[in-house]
Design a protein around this ligand. Structure first.
Ligand SMILES: Cc1cc2nc3c(=O)[nH]c(=O)nc-3n(C[C@H](O)[C@H](O)[C@H](O)COP(=O)(O)O)c2cc1C
Length: 198
């Protein structure tokens, strides 16, 4: 699919057929996701890909799917083909930026005016979303409350130095209830993109 079409077609889908997707397709999405950039090529990003039905159900509960269905949404997390859970390790960035080519002359790490680990895992998220569309599938994104993230960590055995940032259900799209947030509309382009100065 043409890149522009992939970008235009991408939207957060919240209703999927409860049907599997070939493992080879999920592997290709993971391969694309690994191409995300990372500061200093730290590569602190990791993925957990869940297809097991019972695990998907428990992760959906951790993300508040029951509350979503009370609000009229479909069970879009448990009834997807796979859940991609991107994780990132801040510790990997600190270790990388203490290496000889990155460390300051006084032996100090940079001050991290921008926490690049969050930026990098965001790039990973976007590649998963776009790669899913490119495969003729769709994807969404579910965050969780603090306890939900802890539950996801426990369910999947994610080590303490990695943070899961959310859950990306991937699967065959069905007609869905749109987010009420979309009523906000897009920010006008001149406000978004400014030329030469703010
Ligand atoms: C960091 C982040 C967190 C989000 N969390 C949720 C969420 O918990 N539940 C949900 O239904 N959508 C969530 N969304 C999806 C947004 O609501 C959606 O991206 C936005 O409304 C724009 O719609 P679109 O992506 O379909 O264009 C999240 C998106 C991002 C980027």
């Amino acid at each position: 699919m043409d890149f522009g079409e992939v970008v235009r077609r991408r939207r957060m889908v919240r209703h999927f057929a409860d049907e599997p997707v070939d493992r080879a397709v999920l592997e290709r999405i993971a391969t694309t996701a690994q191409r995300a950039p990372s500061a200093g090529f730290s590569q602190g990003q990791r993925l957990v890909i869940v297809t097991d039905a019972e695990l998907r159900r428990r992760i959906a509960v951790a993300c508040g799917e029951l509350e979503d269905t009370e609000d009229g949404f479909d069970p879009w997390i448990s009834h997807s083909a796979a859940l991609f859970i991107p994780c990132v390790s801040e510790a990997i960035y600190h270790a990388r930026y203490r290496e000889a080519d990155k460390v300051g002359e006084d032996g100090s790490e940079i001050e991290w005016p921008v926490p690049y680990w969050w930026m990098d895992v965001g790039c990973t998220v976007m590649l998963i979303l776009l790669a899913s569309v490119d495969e003729g599938l769709a994807a969404g994104f579910a965050g969780a409350e603090t306890d939900g993230y802890l539950e996801i960590r426990t369910l999947l055995g994610i080590p303490n130095d990695f943070s899961p940032v959310g859950v990306i259900p991937v699967g065959w799209p069905l007609p869905d209830k749109r987010s009420p947030s979309l009523k906000r509309g897009w920010v006008p382009k001149p406000e978004f993109a400014r030329w030469d100065r703010w």
